[in-house]
Design a protein around this ligand. Structure first.
Ligand code: SF4
Length: 82
């Protein structure tokens, strides 16, 4: 599954838009990770051990050492993908 297919799958599941980054926002985040010394060849962050190609899709996520931030605040509702 390539990046466009992942995006289409996410959109088809109607995740509330406030929880999803745009493709550009996600690429900006990943480009910071790509240059980070704590980003592994398995695309994991050494601090949170998250798989960054997935973590960077979600607006409320942030880098654990503040190299990039959340794009909106948690509003008290949970986003889930069925
Ligand atoms: S989330 Fe932050 S610390 Fe982790 S790899 Fe990305 S830029 Fe580096």
């Amino acid at each position: 599954m390539n990046e466009d297919q992942v995006w289409q799958e996410i959109e088809s599941r109607q995740v509330p838009s406030q929880y999803l980054c745009t493709k550009e926002q996600r690429r900006d985040r990943l480009s910071i990770c790509d240059q980070c010394e704590d980003y592994t060849s398995l695309r994991l962050c050494k601090h949170c051990m998250c798989f960054m190609p997935l973590k960077t899709w979600i607006t409320i996520n942030k880098c654990p050492i503040d190299k990039w931030g959340a794009l909106n605040e948690y509003c008290g509702e949970s986003a889930h993908i069925d």
